[in-house]
Design a protein around this ligand. Sequence first.
Ligand SMILES: [Zn+2]
Ligand SMILES: [Zn+2]
Length: 390
Amino acid sequence: MIDYKSEAQELFPYNQQLRRDFHRHPELGFQEVRTAGIVARDLTELGLEVSTGIGKTGVVATLEGARPGPVLLVRFDMDALPIQEETGAEYASETPGVMHACGHDGHTAIGLTVAKMLEAHKDELGGTVKLVFQPAEEGLGGAEAMVADGVLDQPKPGQSLSLHLWNDKPLGWIGVTPGPAMSASDRFTVKIIGRGGHGAAPYITIDPVVAGAQVITALQNIVSRNVDPLEAAVVTVTSMVGGEAFNVIPESVVLKGTIRTFNPEVRSIVLERFEAIASGVSNAMGCQAEVDLKSITPAVSNDPVIAAQVFEVANKIYPQAEISTDERTMGSEDMAYMMDDIPGCYFFIGSADHERGLDAGHHHPKFDFNEGALTTGAALMASVVQDFLK
Ligand SMILES: [Zn+2]
Ligand SMILES: [Zn+2]
């Protein structure tokens, strides 16, 4: 077996330098022009066949092994978030209001390091690696855009792999969960329409603010009363907007929020109950409700056989590591769009460092991680690819 652990260690300066450069120059979804340029440059330098502009700013490279074999899709995301960085790190974002607060800078660096290692060992690979650098993972539809641009065709991958640095867990921890690992995400907007009027004369209005409050309260019953307690679901109202003056009852209010589920059956129950409660309670209060539900991503569900193989490789190269098989999160990931068609495994690499205070959560302005996780991620991903295409 090729010692990708040592090779990833040797390539740490390359990996770290890339990560810090991407971190200094973060780009929002579908604007990853500089990042994609560096990705395409380094992949081209390796002699790979590179396509750019896939899903607007995505990059795809094909690495052919010496022998024919299966096609494996390996995906890394590249986008940053609209957050003002507060880490104070020497490599902090130089772009005001934009920050790599989810670790996708690390994913992109890991991807290029993996490409370098696999290219050096392509004589020992039986099959094709499709290296996918995806834009706009953070709720903007990057995966869908790449799928629409044919990332899953010519050649069509048989299996898929992806990873996420995971600051909920310390460096040294690895998460490989068979079955659902990240939840499906649905977004809702509910416009509750009443009849506005003077704040001192509510009896001649139909108050949508009070109706909105009742709707929010009633929605809490979905998870507690309609979902099997052994299943997981979240219904969160994150925004209620309506009215401006202290003495005017507005014409309408708008509620927004998110619904998270793992199981497709639970998802349809929650969506059905959501619609019924939002409309029914609004109507009972004399209002009309316009309910808009939008699917953001399906759940990320790992193929049990592929996950078992990833687990075995992780266990072989990191025998001392704590490898969890039950890490699940209500966070979501648009890798689900690729995995819907191509069975695969999405695994987590523990990256927090409590001693050095590098343990703020994902999407936090102080988010940063132990860069040792760059080596773990690269070594594990390359080893898994090697094992799948041996
Ligand atoms: Zn994120
Ligand atoms: Zn992320």
